[in-house]
Design a protein around this ligand. Structure first.
Ligand code: G4P
Length: 531
């Protein structure tokens, strides 16, 4: 068992939410608790959402800022917490999905007024796919929200997860009086802008204590007693193993802006959240306490200076110890590389790091060696699985407006797609280049970056596809036949894997029915598993 002390100390997680639910505010409060920042307002939010689509300059500037907040490392009660940031804008959803592959758990923020929203659903789908343990923080209790029982039911139903309230709210909006902690049976009264001190906590022996009536008033005290009896009756004590198995999500109520309910959640988080976990690879399971280093790249960030095409690749360490200046094996390229200036992200400052342990994220200076999903080892050949490429939702053909710059264009497309900005497909039987993205915004970013970083001028023609499915078959002949007949709808992804581009769900279902020997996959994962 190597490095066990270091592993036990680490918790790596992400906060996810629909835009505006309070992710940035909660992040800031957590950093304040961790002493990583001194004043409120210090976290530059990843607020791409506040800008119109055409403000891509602003978006790029903000993405630059977000490098610094991509990973926030802080210490709280001797636990080293790595908080991985996820972009708020839905057009960068794929970025978020990939970041979720690098964490061991998540905190999901839900706005008590709006309940479950579109992005909440999509993000939870990814968590469910990976069985990621989730803690729910119901935010904005200082606003008139939904009925607390209705909201619980809505979250359970819409997100297909069992909830386990850890605290219970006393009213909401102007009448919000605080929370009752079902775990340690204490009462926490709400005052705006609390510093999260222990002094506001009232310990009680039982809810029948007269002090409860005194503090809450008889009516609210009676309601609380009724609610708690009901909730306790249904849920009992939290079984931590059910949370770790992603079967149950503990729920906390609070108001991030008022720093209320945050400390309870953080204290529980460090008590129950999973340590760095073992992870599946194409060959075997790799566990954090192994002696040899392994890790994978889940995010690549380009330098904003167009004169320098260097990038930062974010690698999650999965096993062993990462050391500066040591040679590691880049599995895909089959070559050994060392890093003289790896970054860590302690206290939001980028600083050069000498070593890193499982659960940590290191920023590797990259001149074009990395793409998303790349694995570093100490010699063994495997890939971490579960880092899927999802199907894009908007497809456009790339048209080169300047034939003199064809080479630059090809290079730019390859590098941008390595970064995961978009996916690139080449149509069968021609050389049509198709870009697939999750949101319109990325097309603007690509167009802008191709011009400013590579000198290539392009225009996009929208194509009538709605999904890309990776196709495989045990019967190569059948696959070849399908490809021949469906030339206009079949292409190759960047790794040369065959992809069927479907015009609509109807077409996709029809092809599935007509071609029972061919399998249609919504992620590219299938190819990694066999790599
Ligand atoms: P996001 O990162 O999830 O997109 O959300 P963010 O934290 O930026 O919060 C969105 C808005 O909700 C912000 O207001 C923020 O102040 C507010 N907010 C966060 N937590 C609470 C809470 O507990 N109660 C109430 N009432 N509001 C909360 P804004 O006006 O959009 O931004 P700002 O001008 O305050 O920065």
């Amino acid at each position: 068992m190597k490095y066990q002390n270091e592993i036990n100390k680490r918790r790596t997680f992400a906060i996810i939410s629909h835009p505006d639910a309070g992710k940035t505010t909660l992040t800031e409060k957590l950093l304040l608790f961790g002493g990583a920042i001194q004043v409120a307002g210090a976290v530059k939010s990843n607020k791409i959402k506040k800008f119109a689509t055409s403000d891509f300059m602003e978006i790029e500037r903000q993405r630059g800022i977000s490098v610094a907040t991509s990973v926030m490392t802080f210490e709280y009660k001797n636990i080293l917490i790595n908080l991985l940031d996820t972009p708020g804008h839905k057009d960068f959803a794929e970025d978020t999905f990939r970041t979720l592959t690098a964490v061991d758990s998540v905190i999901l923020v839900i706005d008590s007024v709006n309940g479950v929203e579109e992005q909440t659903r999509r993000l939870m789908e990814v968590c469910r796919m990976r069985d990621t343990p989730v803690i729910v923080f119901v935010n904005k209790m200082d606003r008139d929200g939904k009925n607390r029982f209705d909201l619980l039911e809505e979250i359970e139903k819409e997100l297909s997860i069992h909830l386990h309230p850890m605290t219970w709210p006393i009213n909401s909006g102007k009448e919000f009086k605080g929370v009752y902690n079902l775990h340690d049976k204490s009462l926490r009264l709400f005052t705006a802008n609390t510093k999260g001190n222990d002094e506001d906590v009232i310990s009680i022996n039982s809810l029948t204590d007269a002090v409860v009536d005194e503090k809450l008033g008889e009516k609210d005290a009676a309601t609380l007693r009724e609610d708690v009896e009901l909730v306790d009756g249904v849920h009992g004590q939290l079984k931590v193993e059910d949370y770790l198995a992603a079967k149950v999500a503990p729920v906390f109520y609070g108001s991030a802006i008022n720093n209320f309910g945050v400390k309870e959640m953080l204290d529980t988080f460090i008590r129950i959240a999973p340590l760095p976990q073992c992870r599946p690879t194409s060959v075997r399971e790799v566990c954090p306490d192994e002696e040899k280093l392994s890790g994978f790249v889940f995010k690549i960030h380009a330098n904003l200076d167009p004169k320098h095409r260097d990038r930062i690749a974010f690698m999650r360490v999965c096993s062993g110890k990462f050391e500066r200046n040591k040679y590691y094996h880049h599995v895909r390229l089959d070559k050994d590389i060392r890093f003289s200036n790896p970054y860590s992200f302690m206290a939001r400052e980028k600083s050069i790091v000498e070593d890193a342990f499982p659960g940590d994220v290191v920023g590797l200076f990259d001149t074009g060696n990395f793409k998303i999903g790349d694995t570093l080892t100490e010699g063994e050949n495997f890939y971490f699985t579960g880092i899927p490429t999802f199907s894009p939702e908007i497809f456009k053909e790339v048209q080169n407006k300047d034939p003199m710059k064809t080479k630059q264009l090809e290079k730019g497309l390859l590098q941008l797609t390595d970064e995961g900005v978009a996916q690139l497909f080449t149509q069968h039987g021609g050389n049509k280049k198709i870009i697939g993205c999750v949101g319109e915004l990325q097309f603007e970013v690509i167009q802008y970056r191709l011009l400013h970083e590579y000198g290539a001028s392009v225009q996009f023609n929208t194509l009538p596809f709605y999904k890309a499915c990776w196709i495989t078959s045990d019967d190569q002949k059948k696959l070849d036949e399908f490809t021949r007949f469906k030339q206009a709808n079949v292409g190759l992804d960047k790794d040369g894997h065959q992809v069927y581009l479907a015009q609509s769900e109807w077409f996709l279902n029809t092809e599935r029915k007509n071609n029972p020997d061919i399998e249609f996959h919504f992620t590219s994962e299938v190819h990694k598993e066999t790599a």
